[in-house]
Ligand binder design. Sequence first.
Ligand code: NAG
Ligand code: NAG
Ligand code: NAG
Ligand code: NAG
Ligand code: NAG
Ligand code: NAG
Ligand code: NAG
Length: 900
Amino acid sequence: MHSMKSLGLLALVPHFLNVGTTFAAFPTSSLQRSLDDQIIPNKFIFEVESEANIPNKRSFTQDLDAVYSHLRARQVNFDIIEEFDEPDFFVGASVLVESADDVATLENLPGIKAIYPVRRYDRPSPATHHIVQGPNDPKLPPIGEAPHILTGVDKLHARGHFGKGIKIGILDTGIDYNHPYLGGGFGPGHKVEVGFDFVGDDFDGTNTPYPDNDPLDLCAGHGTHVAGIIGTDPGNEYNFTGVAHEATQGAYRIFGCEGFTQDGIIIAALFRGVNDGMDILSLSLGGANGWTNSASAVVASRIAESGKIVTIAAGNDGSRGSWYTASPSSSINAISVGSLENSVIPLQTANLQGTDQPSVIYFSLKPLSIEGEWPIYVTSNDTTIIDDACDPLPEDTPDLSQFVTLVRRGTCTFVTKLKNIADKGGNYTLIYDNGNGFTTVALGNYTAALIQAQDGQHLVNQYLAGDDIKVSFPQVGGNVPYANPRGGLMSTFSTYGPTNDFYFKPAISAPGGNILAPYPQTIGTWAVLSGTSMATPYAAGAAALYLTVKGKSPEVARAARTVFETTALTIPSTLEEGALPQTVTQTGAGLINVYAALFSETTVTPGELILNDTAHFRGTHRVSITNGGSSPKRYKLSHTAAGTALTIQAGSNSPELGPVPLSDAAARVTIVPSEFTLAAGRTREVVVSVRPPIGVVASRFPVYSGFIHISSPGENHRVTYLGLAASLKDKRVLDDYDEWAEETLPAVVAATTGEVQTGPANYTFAEGDIPVLVYRMAFGSPRLRVDLVEPTIRLRTTLNPRQLPRVDRPRFTFPSRTRPGSFSSVGVVGTLGEYTYVSRNNADEDSSYSTFPVYAPFFSNGTAIPAGSYRLLLRALRVTGNPERQEDYESWLSPVIGVP
Ligand SMILES: *[C@@H]1O[C@H](CO)[C@@H](O)[C@H](O)[C@H]1NC(C)=O
Ligand SMILES: *[C@@H]1O[C@H](CO)[C@@H](O)[C@H](O)[C@H]1NC(C)=O
Ligand SMILES: *[C@@H]1O[C@H](CO)[C@@H](O)[C@H](O)[C@H]1NC(C)=O
Ligand SMILES: *[C@@H]1O[C@H](CO)[C@@H](O)[C@H](O)[C@H]1NC(C)=O
Ligand SMILES: *[C@@H]1O[C@H](CO)[C@@H](O)[C@H](O)[C@H]1NC(C)=O
Ligand SMILES: *[C@@H]1O[C@H](CO)[C@@H](O)[C@H](O)[C@H]1NC(C)=O
Ligand SMILES: *[C@@H]1O[C@H](CO)[C@@H](O)[C@H](O)[C@H]1NC(C)=O
């Protein structure tokens, strides 16, 4: 992993000057976005080489003390804000420094392993928000249990699994633990057993936190709702039961009533949770970023690697398009969670006789008009059949008018199957799902309905066992509340990945749209909220059930993500029959399927096949399948492509906004072998080779994805792949035009007049008379640097200079022969600022470009810039580019700037 050692002026200047009306000539509400908006000025987290890494062992205090005494010896003024004393994870501190050269000193000290900027994080504001007015509130989903039916948690509850003995730490706004359904108190013996308030009510992310021992949430509500999704006790008026309500909770309050939080506070809370013995840590927070390496993402990843389960919200930036993974959900080993729509509609039940299961839910608003009790007939004995009843049924099929026919979804349309059944006299059909999702489907005029995969498999098995099963369809009283028109689809707000370094984010999705849960009694007692913030505790609760069933151990915890990924369910892109599966860049491996995750006999690894881009393509992977059952199993492997996400607009450098358009161009996949029998207890490897789709245009940066299905009777597993049919190094990172600003970019704007500088200009650097570099990141960049160069520099830049007075032109526009491999051989006078892992801009008016104001005439090491004439040189490294090679950067030279 890269360290983030090079930090420059931008991080050191005061928070961005209040431009207000200063930039009259430039549409400037957007100028407020500088990199300073995402990081805390002057504050850094450094990591020291800890005992673990140093042969002659020193104690933690010596490690840090050595740094402090070096700093004092060099007259550096600093305040220690937080110390992190976790030799297994991270030894370091966050410090506030007073001047530019202090940072230069810090980064050059011996024993410093990495320096991170301190990022700020919002709690993702709920996409929708409604405080419940009472049990008859028409906006209320009619049943609180609906999400549990989608995920199979209902079956875990029916078996008596509620997460007992598991501890879940929630990093959020605190919890109203006095809520009658959240334990009614705090401390040993209560649901919320431990906790800490790291910040106090008044903390807004910029001011001084006032920690205390009481994590009560009376003002914000977010954390109470999150805690309630996991922990709501049964017996309430809404019939909502938390996913793992017998788990105990730790409440780590890291947000005040308003505002945001910071890396250092998140890290401190993560460590407190670890030391309090939490098995699971859940973080419903984050900020769009696109990279895997913020300080809190790195720490969360190490904690996950050590054998804790860490769930983190994928983010609510779905409308802003791809390559926009939130940090810290980008954390490599954490489970990033996307949100699935869950509003509720009434569905119907059919009653069963002659089986141990009393009823099945079928997907219909009204009862099927079928009177009496009917025996069933199955068109195939194989519950993994791919194309059941797609061809005319065999000659020896009985007269189906005497039966309710059971058929498996897949390959051909529902109407084709129903017609083939009707041709044998069948009037009534139940179709069981094949993992594509329990949703509205097109059935023509036939009397038929979809039931869930596991119900269909159960019925087939009972039928084959010779049970005399009868099914009936109550015409009154059979309605149960169930999903909505968009139920089962991704929430449009759910963020799209992948990360810029091509990690698979999110990992999975869980219900997060329209979720009912407790709210602080001071502000409503119950609320319906939507967001990946709601999906994340859902996954944390599911992980608690997993630990109760599989047993707590670091190995079990480390396997959790793969188990949930390999048992997930496909999420379609629309509710139309035949719709492409939604791109994995938004869904991850799919909808969490908790019952299958916990009770499958088969295990499959890995859960993710990362094919990377065309330049770093890894198309062949081994997948390992283990039959953990007690009898041989026959496995069939097949491939389904998800929609290929066309991530970049045609003819533009900018990302497509969400919903990101999909192409049906599919990867070409071979699986060897694709069918085999495995004895009980045996493992077998198969080789999966994926070739990128043809018929897509590389300039759209198509991200293709899909599933290798591993089917055995009664079980469906999958391995999810993700690749880019283009080279990331071809992706432009600096835009040359901002549509909204109607300006060619980059540009230098005079802060006093707001005018774009076209010729040479002198600045006084007094009373706001400074130059501001304005640029637009069309894509993330691993390294961005602003240097001061001689005005006469001969350098071929990748971005054309704007029109300059003729006299200047010859001085820098003709090509120079920059030596290959020579980023550092470009002659610079000095560096003004450097950032690593820069996020892209988005299309919102207030963040469509970035600014780099040169507040004062100093280099980033604190030395004054000598009086004279210079240009600014902006360079941004392309993704996967070599930081040493000038050719891998995009570059731009400013007009001449005079420094007094
Ligand atoms: C809660 O469950 C009870 C018993 O099953 C039922 O009578 C009641 O209508 C349910 N209430 C809601 C709001 O769903
Ligand atoms: C079944 O459908 C046939 C026509 O395909 C119709 O004649 C018959 O009455 C139907 N039976 C029932 C019980 O609805
Ligand atoms: C369904 O029935 C109606 C009226 O009988 C007919 O107009 C329509 O074409 C039928 N649709 C299908 C898909 O068979
Ligand atoms: C399916 O199972 C039934 C009951 O065991 C049996 O009678 C029938 O022959 C089987 N069908 C096939 C195609 O194997
Ligand atoms: C994809 O390839 C790039 C370039 O080699 C590498 O930096 C990155 O880590 C790879 N991504 C993954 C997830 O392996
Ligand atoms: C900038 O200042 C220098 C030195 O005083 C002067 O020679 C030059 O003409 C000035 N340029 C402009 C554009 O005002
Ligand atoms: C700071 O950087 C400038 C420009 O590169 C250089 O001339 C100066 O010597 C540096 N100062 C220190 C203290 O290193």
